[in-house]
Design a protein around this ligand. Structure first.
Ligand SMILES: [Zn+2]
Length: 254
């Protein structure tokens, strides 16, 4: 399994980060992808990647909820990091209108600037969408047939939205613990989506799957998402693991 979205570099794991990685390895997680948020997360993320080279892979990007008055400074940092070294992806980037709509214009500018850089550096993108599906698709529209690839992380939309993403081309859907929440309705949507379009993720430390809901999430729990998808698709957990791992390896070029 590959946890394609994990923030285990965050301070929630300061006391037991090595054990957290160990538990992930023990359940069969072979790679963990670390999306960046902003200038404050860069150093801890890079420190974790340094400790587990070839296992933890850092992405670089400016998260939409970190797009504020100083977004140009934050974007300049992303640009210089892209110039400095190789990255697994550009992310996480996108539009979030759940917490705050004040910076919608700036969020769109930052999103599209980072899409341009992803194309230039031939990197996939990790897209964060919250209460902003239409705004995100509108911002992506000029990039149709551009060769852009990536993942809509933490997908929780309708089947129509899933079909719109798949029809756009080049994009996978990241599924996490939300699929185990009875009231989410996500399992009924996911079962209509071909497994070749699905990636596993946790979004640790958030969105902890059942039966640990409400506690801290961690990469080892990606196995609970895998197990739930086995139920949803009526496949074995090994089949879910094998296909979603293949999907992630191909997208991220690991
Ligand atoms: Zn995230």
């Amino acid at each position: 399994m590959i946890d394609t979205h994990s923030h285990i570099y965050s301070e929630e794991f300061d006391a037991d980060r090595a054990e957290t990685v160990q538990r992930a390895k023990e359940v069969g997680v072979c790679h963990i992808i670390l999306p960046n948020c902003d200038s404050s997360t860069l150093a801890p993320m890079l420190a974790l990647e340094d400790e587990y080279p070839g296992y933890c892979h850092a992405a670089i990007g400016l998260h939409p909820t970190s797009v504020k008055e100083d977004y140009e400074y934050e974007l300049a940092l992303v640009k210089s990091e892209l110039e400095r070294r190789n990255w697994i992806a550009v992310g996480e980037i996108g539009i979030d209108l759940y917490w705050d709509k004040t910076f919608l214009g700036e969020q769109i500018i930052a999103f599209q600037q980072q899409l341009d850089w992803a194309l230039y550096y031939k990197l996939p993108v990790i897209i964060h969408v919250r209460n902003s599906f239409q705004e995100t698709m509108n911002a992506l529209a000029p990039y149709n047939n551009s060769g852009l690839t990536g993942v809509f992380h933490s997908f929780t939309g309708t089947i129509e939205e899933a079909q719109e993403i798949i029809a756009f081309g080049g994009f996978k859907l990241g599924i996490n613990g939300i699929v185990t929440f009875k009231n989410s309705g996500l399992a009924a949507v996911v079962e209509q989506i071909a497994l070749e379009h699905i990636l596993l993720e946790t979004d640790s430390p958030y969105l902890t799957p059942a039966p640990h809901r409400g506690k801290r999430n961690e990469s080892a729990y990606v196995s609970l998402v895998c197990k739930k998808l086995a139920e949803v698709y009526n496949y074995s957990a090994e089949q879910i693991d094998s296909q979603t791992t293949q999907n992630a390896l191909a997208l991220f070029g690991i």
